[in-house]
Design a protein. Structure first.
Length: 384
């Protein structure tokens, strides 16, 4: 055996020299350590490795699609085969690098001092900059490093045809909570996921042991009953789906359950007891912006150009003005008052039919709660 450096040893085989298994393992460990170190330096809160094998819940995913529980998210079905086999995403993929980025910003932003103006709730992940753009830039820097080591990669942030939570769980980023969200004892539920599929072989990490026990708080916290049983979500009832993914009219029977939520919902996350250990994110890009703290009626005054300017760089921009103001109208119908009627009447004449329809519904709801005159008692009405 010939030692050529402190970290690499060569072993004779016939006429040539080959790297010994010990040296190969050490080299792989060193590469993995460098990947993790670089991920940490980029600001990621966790970086772990899974093998690029078919995800364990692929059959359940197919069954879930077959039941129609994905609603109008047809893109999930179009990528079904790829989601069940990473080789169809990147030929020769050997490893999946999974990163987590904490977005917890503490308590909700301070509401307006004007108590007469109804306020809406936006899911925490959308308070600041668009996480897709924030994280993808960091992943691309990791990709460049991996290229120097001979790897071919594909990077994804919540948009790729892979079952990211399965790979994250396999890598030990967290375990599958009963809400279908991942949970980590250190980060709670407040983190984004990103993935790099690579042709490089990296030693995989071990999964975490699930620690939900008998807790069902996330299930009982869901306002619409969208978590139909542990680890099973009917997206068609989920407020995040209704306010973000659904492009058309929100079903009448679910509108009152949405309450004051105008983009997403955090209720199942808020309910998780593991979040008591969550700490404030180091990523300044996720800090709440003024656009997430406006009175509901003020949003209704936005035209297309103003909407795009207000939510530039925000994930909210993806649902466009029509979707966002639809949500605002529903929230006003649930929590607004007569002071909101002028803005809603203007919205009821909007050129966008989706906005006009939901504004009309909101007007009717407010008038039911705040009639011009007190209702006449039934016995007096009968006498007249």
């Amino acid at each position: 055996m010939i030692a050529t450096s402190s970290t690499a040893k060569l072993q004779r085989k016939g006429e040539g020299l080959v790297e010994s298994p010990l040296s190969k393992d050490r080299t792989l460990d060193e590469l993995k350590w460098e990947v993790v170190a670089r991920a940490n330096a980029l600001g990621f809160d966790s970086c772990r490795i899974a093998t690029a094998a078919p995800p364990p819940h692929g059959p359940e995913f197919t069954a879930w699609l077959g039941e129609g529980a994905a609603g109008e998210m047809e893109w999930l079905g179009r990528g079904e085969e790829k989601r069940r086999d990473p080789q169809k995403v990147l030929t020769g993929a050997r490893s999946v690098i999974v990163v987590a980025l904490n977005y917890w910003q503490g308590d909700a932003p301070t509401a307006s001092s004007d108590t007469s103006s109804a306020m809406g709730r936006i899911a925490r992940y959308a308070w600041g900059d668009d996480y897709h753009e924030v994280m993808l830039g960091k992943l691309e820097q990791l990709d460049k490093f991996l290229q120097t080591r001979g790897g071919i990669q594909k990077c994804y942030v919540d948009t790729g045809p892979i079952l990211e939570r399965d790979f994250a769980a396999e890598a030990g980023i967290g375990w599958h909570g009963k809400s279908t969200m991942l949970i980590d004892p250190r980060l709670g539920t407040w983190f984004f996921l990103g993935e790099i599929l690579t042709t490089l072989v990296l030693p995989p990490d071990a999964p975490q042991t699930p620690r939900c026990g008998s807790c069902n708080r996330c299930i009982t916290a869901c306002p619409t009953g969208a978590i139909t049983e542990p680890h099973r979500l009917d997206a068609r009832r989920c407020i995040s789906y209704l306010t973000i993914e659904l492009k058309g009219s929100i079903p009448l029977e679910l509108r009152s359950l949405i309450g004051d939520r105008i983009y997403g919902c955090d209720d199942c996350l808020d309910a998780c007891p593991w979040n008591r250990f969550a700490s404030i994110s180091r990523e300044a890009a996720f800090a709440a912006k003024p656009a997430s703290q406006m009175p509901l009626r003020e949003y209704l005054a936005l035209d297309d150009q103003q909407f795009r300017a207000l939510f530039r760089g925000s994930p909210i921009k993806r649902i466009k003005r029509r979707g966002f103001l639809r949500n605002v109208c529903v929230a006003l119908g649930n929590v607004g008052n007569r002071a909101d009627l002028p803005a809603l009447h203007r919205a009821a004449s909007d050129v966008e039919p989706l906005i006009a329809e939901h504004a009309t519904w909101a007007i009717d709801r407010i008038l039911e709660r705040f009639p011009t005159f007190p209702p006449v008692p039934h016995d007096l009405a009968a006498e007249s």
